[in-house]
Write a protein that binds this ligand. Structure first.
Ligand SMILES: Cc1cc2nc3c(=O)[nH]c(=O)nc-3n(C[C@H](O)[C@H](O)[C@H](O)COP(=O)(O)O)c2cc1C
Length: 172
């Protein structure tokens, strides 16, 4: 059985997916992994809108983002989870970040790949915000914060390297 640390040590963002559909039960588990994330003051304000790749909204967002791209923004993943948070709660973005990482790690634990997505933010919160809020069932008073695409992987990737000394200060 894998530990959380095993998953943290081996996970990476996946940008190529197999055509294998994701079982409903697995999808539900991923949603619940997001809902089980801690939130500031236990507000539980993060809303998760789940779209399958064949939902027309995917193509609509892609068209606004870059109609000529060779790969779409969700890398043809079968599932896309859109996380939104309350405009009037200062911790919403942090809470969404924690929830999306829970989904990312849970996906890896279940043998799926996933990639966190922010590139559509300017479209979803731009001049067509009201239109996309409706299409994505984003509640009133909420805004899109971050998304994650997930599916069975058709590629593997080594974990990224990092520079401990640059990024860490151990205080004496
Ligand atoms: C807030 C956030 C937004 C991101 N947006 C995108 C995105 O729009 N498209 C994409 O391909 N990857 C996106 N990523 C994934 C990062 O590019 C990836 O995590 C980073 O390159 C490190 O690679 P790794 O996750 O494989 O370690 C995003 C990651 C985060 C945390």
């Amino acid at each position: 059985m894998s530990t959380v640390l095993d998953i943290i040590n081996t996970r990476s963002s996946i940008r190529k997916y197999s055509s294998r559909p994701v079982e409903e039960e697995i999808c539900r588990t991923l949603i619940e992994a997001g809902l089980k994330a801690p939130t500031a003051a236990n507000k539980q304000e993060i809303h998760i809108s789940v779209a399958t790749a064949d939902n027309p909204v995917q193509e609509e967002i892609q068209k606004e983002l870059n109609p000529d791209a060779s790969v779409n923004f969700y890398y043809n993943a079968p599932l896309i989870f859109y996380l939104s948070g309350r405009d009037d709660f200062k911790w919403s973005a942090v809470d969404a970040g924690i929830a999306v990482e829970n989904i990312h790690l849970a996906a890896a634990d279940l043998g799926l790949g996933s990639v966190i997505l922010g590139c559509m933010e300017r479209i979803l919160n731009g001049e067509k915000k009201a239109y996309f809020d409706e299409k994505l069932s984003i509640p009133e008073g909420y805004s899109f914060l971050v998304a994650i695409a997930a599916g069975y992987p058709d590629t593997a990737k080594e974990p990224h390297t990092y520079d401990f000394d640059r990024n860490v200060s151990i205080l004496k």
